[in-house]
Design a binder for this molecule. Structure first.
Ligand code: NAD
Length: 512
């Protein structure tokens, strides 16, 4: 059976007959050339098969890139405001489909409905932002150094863009890439994460329904080396954008460099939240919980380290641990659930392995640490919210990205000490400070070495019109969101118009 509609009703614990989803290449829904498929299962209830997806290979990538190459010839000439209108229409359609898309997403990746609604909303916000950008895409006009000469720089599309995305924001992150890319006049081939292809598929479906011409957006599902590999190596792909782990970022970055592709890497994080003695403690506890256990700790911006000044340390720990113990873990389709499962068995094993590592390193585990596997939990990848206290900043649990519901609380003496601890990691994505002292807040805004700093809010909660990305091992200097995306998906062309009717030579004509 094959269909290309949104998934059917997503009900708790149901196992509806799984639908088959195809690749979208050159405006057609097609099976993969390999003839193979893979199952997408609900991590909260693995009896539930969310869909059957194409296990594609190099031939499918080649076909998609060829379709995108052909489409680029026409799409680049469509005026940007017209291109943006299609994206605006997609935003309107996404609003109509928001609830269904959110339910599909909770079913395929486990995060709770409130958060998956937020994920879809982020795609809607992104669509509206870049729809407006179609009438901006500003470039400089500037005086020429010569008389009767005009100088300006315009943004031009790059060509075929390849996109490789992770599973934790399976609609929002693809929207950050696809929407600015097409408004800028590029064409795209996207490879969604193998754990969550449906949400990306739903986004591509909306774009197709909104009127994106054939070949402009193509989706090829499958696994990293088999689909992501040929995509990043393809000579016709002129830009490659990856959001994923630092390990895969290294592979993509070095491969892209060989053929001088534009390459944007958005990678891991180990994000610190500093709580000073003068902080609003209620706010800090709630922020730390949301940042630490939202999306089951599986956010690149998750608050995985909380650095607390000694004057309030004991009270913060007591209240934080008490709240963490009471978080309701379960299937995200139940509106009362506060934390869903890990994405898959392998991630759950990683999370549990860090419980052992932290204990062996001498950190004190104050709550959690166990897999939940009784009753309904037995069908999913659930674990208790886990908090380690008295963590030494050099311990592995305080240095390595776990990507699960394991939070390390680290004591500190004063702000400078806290900033040193915060910066003492290989990553630099997000950071946060809780204080009422404006002087300390501004010092931290300057000194925290990260792409994002929040004051009196946890490390999560980015808005789509600001640059998003990080420093050090979190990325390679590009930014998604807002102007950062326009910068990545365009090339500058400088244009000089000489209307003097004579040969003028810049620099050389000058007589001092
Ligand atoms: P991952 O690196 O395992 O996979 C990301 C994507 O890369 C997937 O689509 C995967 O199939 C593909 N891939 C894997 N191996 C590949 C290869 N050899 N060649 C080409 N493609 C390959 O990451 P994940 O587990 O999906 O996501 C979690 C990671 O993503 C975490 O490290 C998290 O911090 C990071 N992340 C970063 C941001 C950010 O903006 N900085 C946002 C979300 C997630």
């Amino acid at each position: 059976m094959a269909t290309d509609t949104l998934a059917g009703p997503a009900m708790l614990g149901t196992s509806t007959k799984a639908r088959v989803y195809k690749n979208f290449i050159d405006g057609e829904w097609v099976e993969s050339s390999t003839g193979e498929t893979f199952e997408n299962r609900n991590p909260a209830d693995t009896r539930d098969v969310v869909g059957i997806f194409q296990k594609s290979g190099k031939t499918d990538v080649d076909e998609a890139v060829e379709a995108a190459r052909r489409a680029f010839a026409k799409w680049r000439l469509v005026p940007a405001p017209r291109r943006a209108e299609v994206v605006f229409a997609a935003a309107e359609m996404l609003i109509e489909r928001k609830e269904q898309c959110a339910r599909d997403m909770t079913r395929e990746m486990g995060k709770i409905l409130k958060e998956t609604r937020g994920d879809v909303q982020e795609a809607i916000d992104t669509a509206y932002y870049f729809a407006g950008e179609g009438r901006r895409m500003f470039g400089p006009t500037t005086p020429s150094e010569l008389p009767n000469k005009f100088a300006m720089a315009v943004r031009q599309p790059i060509g075929v863009c390849g996109m490789i995305t992770p599973w934790n924001f399976p609609m929002a992150i693809p929207s950050w890439k696809l929407l600015p890319a097409i408004v800028c006049g590029n064409t795209c081939v996207i490879k969604p994460a193998q754990d969550t292809p449906l949400s990306t598929y739903n986004l591509v479906r909306v774009l197709a329904d909104a009127g994106v011409p054939k070949g402009v957006v193509n989706i090829v599902s499958g696994f990293g080396p088999q689909v992501g590999g040929p995509l990043m190596e393809h000579p016709e792909v002129r830009a490659i954008s990856l959001t994923g782990s630092t390990a895969v970022g290294r592979i993509v970055g070095t491969t892209a460099a060989k053929s001088f592709k534009h390459c944007s890497l958005e990678l891991g994080g180990k994000n610190p939240m500093i709580v000073l003695d003068d902080a609003n403690l209620d706010l800090a506890v709630e922020g730390g919980l949301w940042g630490g256990f939202g999306t089951t700790g599986q956010r690149c911006t998750a608050t995985s380290r909380i650095i607390v000044q000694k004057g309030i340390y004991s009270e913060f720990v007591e209240r934080y641990v008490d709240r963490a113990k009471r978080l309701k873990v379960g299937n995200g389709l139940d509106e009362t659930t506060e934390m869903g499962p890990a994405i898959n068995e392998s991630q759950l094993k990683t999370d549990l392995s860090y419980v052992e590592i932290g204990s062996a390193e001498g950190a004190k585990m104050k709550c959690g640490g166990n897999r939940l596997d009784k009753g309904e939990y037995q069908y999913g990848y659930f674990m208790e919210p886990t908090v380690f206290i008295d963590v030494d900043p050099k311990m592995r649990i305080a240095q390595e990205e776990i990507f699960g519901p394991v939070v390390s609380i680290i004591p500190c003496d004063y702000l400078e000490d806290a900033i040193e601890i915060a910066n003492g990691i290989e990553y630099g994505l997000s950071s946060a400070l809780y204080t009422k002292d404006v002087n300390k807040a501004f010092a931290a805004m300057r000194d925290l070495h990260a792409g994002i700093t929040y004051i009196n809010a946890p490390t999560i909660g980015a808005e789509v019109h600001l640059p998003f990305g990080g420093v050090k091992a979190t990325g390679n200097g590009h930014r998604e969101g807002g102007m950062g995306a326009i910068d990545f998906y365009t090339e500058w062309k400088s244009i000089y118009v000489d209307y003097s009717d004579k040969l003028q030579k810049a620099q050389i004509d000058r007589v001092d």
